[in-house]
Write a protein that binds this ligand. Structure first.
Ligand code: IMP
Ligand code: MG
Length: 184
């Protein structure tokens, strides 16, 4: 059972849900009379995008793109890989990219570039969490759930080596307990 490795609840489910409803209200105002093309970056975006879109009262479409910069572990490897996205039709559309967390910003820089090349009319970013401490590229993020300190977090879609995405809140990890468990 998952237990020991979870250190403390950083952001409760209640706070997350309340904040997501607020972000959706901002989107409802900003995109009034427009249609939104949500593009979620899987896998981390799923709980956030799921909750967000259900508070959006405009016409919207949902698609996904797969990108990763972490090869497991807690440090970004610096190179971002994005799966081919030939099937995405976003020409002339108002896109909102939905991400779980922004760290260096490289993932979003790359995904934004790809979507612009594919003819998006406008691109904004919605992220559940923002960790500005490690930012290496300058990107503008319009919708931020919570800004957090420079610590590794899991839950509400965020993983450590593909696990813990199902924790219904955002938590910090006890890295010593984790090392014991995985015997690094
Ligand atoms: P960036 O390209 O450095 O901005 O990295 C963003 C990606 O790194 C996110 O999509 C996450 O998958 C991952 N990431 C960054 N910080 C964390 C964290 O604290 N916990 C889990 N994943 C993280
Ligand atoms: Mg991710």
């Amino acid at each position: 059972m998952m237990k020991n490795e979870i250190e403390r609840v950083l952001i409760s489910k209640r706070r997350i849900n309340r904040r997501i409803a607020k972000l959706a209200n901002m989107i409802n105002k900003d995109y009034e009379n427009k249609e939104i093309a949500f593009i979620g970056i899987i896998k981390g975006c799923i709980p956030f995008l799921n909750e967000l879109m259900m508070h959006v009262n405009l016409y919207c479409t949902v698609d996904y793109i797969r990108a990763s910069s972490f090869n497991g572990g807690t440090e970004s490897c610096g190179t971002v890989s994005v799966d081919p996205v030939d099937s995405l039709n976003i020409k002339g559309k108002d896109v909102i990219i939905v991400e779980d967390i922004i760290d260096s910003g490289k993932t979003l820089e790359k995904v934004s570039k790809i979507l612009l090349e594919k003819g998006a009319k406008s691109i904004q970013i919605a992220t559940l969490l923002d960790k500005p401490a490690h930012r290496t590229v300058d990107i503008k993020v319009k919708y931020v759930g919570f800004e957090i300190e420079d610590e590794f977090v899991i839950g509400f879609g965020l993983d450590y080596e593909e696990k813990y995405r199902n924790i219904p809140y955002v938590a910090t990890m006890n890295l010593d307990k984790l090392k014991e468990k995985t015997k690094w």
